[in-house]
Design a protein around this ligand. Structure first.
Ligand code: BES
Ligand code: MN
Ligand code: ZN
Length: 498
């Protein structure tokens, strides 16, 4: 899909369809649409009246031109109320436009960014539309014998002439971010029989080759030598051996160094505390954090920000087996902390514990981990919002601030000393579950805290809800969403500018 930034009157557009927007408050057409309507002898206003199109959010008015105009179609999309408009609506509307274009087999169209720039700048809108169109066109159809071969080839985004240069830049950024997010979605959607830890390592190696990253893959023996016994305990029940992945992006001018960790359970059956069938479905998506890290690396490989980035994944599969770890087992993590196992299904935090120790030893300026860690987080915040925790309020605020722009919803969950009591174990330094199920997302976060160097600002993002979805929402189809690739990449770009 190619994106071009254009200016000029809508009625002069040279493409197959013009898509533009009408807000609810606009009882009369703005001049641009009026111009089009005149060209079509009032066809737009007539259809608008007959079909009672009133600019309600997401409503469509498809007007065929029957050879009268320069394009085959004019498509009016309701933008809702101007008052309630925000940047993420541009993504949603972009996705709606792309879906309609696909349906009508329109492979080239123009989309009117200028109209939507009521609160945000035109370059920001151009980026959001680009993202929405790419994200909204995504489909995981790799394994379908019969695929829909239709592809949108070219999208023109219209902005005022004076914003063109800036919009070209921001649309390019949006394209990279959305394509990286789609790359993450592809990986999340791959089932456990295709992506196992070794395969995940190979994908990281391919990325490294493509973009010139450093990469080191540790096998079981090396993982054991490094003392990552918590991680190894989780991996022991699977016939697919673990792989510890460390990618590094090290640009010459980097002043800051950030470590990203992604939970990489290529499948989570629960282990000996096996999940009931309904809860085991979608556990191929328990590698979403890892896939996000890989998507972020794809994006920074293209965008080349001046910030050094580590990508760390302790990939494993959690399976029940004669060799599997058990409830009541006591294991020692890389930093010497002993852990008593309360439940083998609380495995993600064990793999992350050793990964956080490893990351801390690199002495980065900050650590971010992304993990489909707890069902409790989904209960607390719903499926669409990630839980954010950490040891540094300023850093947490920075992440939350960026997420407001990217439309990836995040909300902070508060640590407290009472819940810290809940992960005290009878026979070891810490339990891998809380003594009650209440506040389960927070007790998981507090567990992770024990493995982070206190001097390093650290943010934990529990993406158990938004990383995948069984129905799809806004510009997300069902399956992997690629959450939070855009937020973290944008944050890294911000860090590069500081
Ligand atoms: N991978 C799951 C968490 C999860 C649940 C992700 C639902 C996505 C959707 C995690 O490993 C897990 O099983 N957590 C347990 C922890 C419990 C045993 C303390 C949970 O949330 O039930
Ligand atoms: Mn689990
Ligand atoms: Zn899990």
């Amino acid at each position: 899909m190619e994106f071009k930034i254009t200016s000029g009157h809508l009625k002069n557009a040279r493409t197959k369809a013009v898509t533009t927007f009408l807000f609810k408050e606009q009882k009369k057409f703005p001049p641009e649409i009026q111009g089009l309507d005149n060209e079509l002898d009032g066809a737009i206003s007539q259809l608008k009246k007959e079909l009672k199109f009133d600019g309600s959010e997401g409503k469509l008015l498809v007007v065929p031109t029957f050879g009268k105009g320069k394009t085959d179609f004019v498509i009016l999309i309701g933008a809702g109320s101007k008052k309630n408009f925000h940047l993420d609506k541009a993504r949603r509307l972009g996705a709606i436009a792309a879906k309609k274009a696909k349906e009508l087999k329109i492979d080239r169209f123009l989309i009117d960014g200028e109209t939507l720039a009521v609160k945000d700048s035109q370059p920001e809108i151009a980026q959001a539309l680009t993202e929405g169109i790419i994200l909204g066109s995504y489909k995981f159809d790799k394994y379908l014998s019969k695929k829909d071969e239709f592809k949108i080839k070219e999208v023109q985004i219209r902005v005022a002439r004076r914003y063109r240069a800036e919009a070209e830049e921001s649309s390019r950024t949006g394209k990279i971010l959305a394509e990286a997010q789609n790359f993450t979605r592809d990986l999340v959607n791959e089932p456990g029989n295709v992506i196992n830890p070794q395969k995940l390592a190979e994908i990281a190696e391919e990325l490294a080759k493509q973009y010139g990253f450093e990469v080191k893959i540790y096998d079981e023996e090396e993982i054991e030598k490094m003392g990552m016994n918590a991680y190894l305990a989780v991996a022991r029940g699977s016939g697919n051996p673990p792989r510890f992945i460390h990618l590094t992006y090290r640009p010459k001018k980097a002043k800051k160094e950030i470590a990203l960790i992604g939970k990489g359970l290529t499948f989570d059956s629960g282990g000996l505390n096996i999940k009931p069938g309904d809860y085991m479905r979608w556990m191929k998506a328990d590698k979403s954090g890892a896939c996000a890290v890989l998507g972020i690396f794809k994006a920074i490989g293209e965008l080349k920000p001046d910030v050094a980035v580590h990508g760390i994944i302790a990939a494993a599969e959690n399976m029940p087996d004669g060799k599997a770890y058990r409830p009541d087992d006591i294991i020692k993590a890389k930093n010497g902390t002993t852990i008593e196992i309360g439940n083998t299904d609380a495995e993600g935090r064990l793999t992350l514990a050793d990964a956080l120790c490893y990351a801390s030893e690199l002495k980065p300026d900050a650590i971010i981990d992304m993990a489909t860690l707890t069902g409790a987080c989904v209960v607390a915040l719903g499926e669409y919002t990630a839980g954010v925790m950490g040891n540094n309020q300023k850093f947490i605020n920075e992440v939350l601030e960026v997420s407001e722009k990217t439309g990836e919803w995040m909300w902070q969950l508060p640590f407290n000393d009472m819940l810290r009591e809940h992960i005290k174990a009878p026979h070891a330094d810490v339990y891998n579950i809380g003594t009650t199920r209440y506040g389960g997302a927070i007790t998981a976060g507090l567990f992770l805290e024990k493995f982070v160097d206190k001097k390093i600002p650290w943010v934990h993002i529990d993406i158990a809800g938004p990383a995948h979805n069984t129905r799809g929402w806004y510009y997300h189809p069902k399956g992997g969403t690629g959450f939070p690739v855009r937020t973290i990449t944008t944050l890294l770009m911000k860090k590069a500018e500081e």
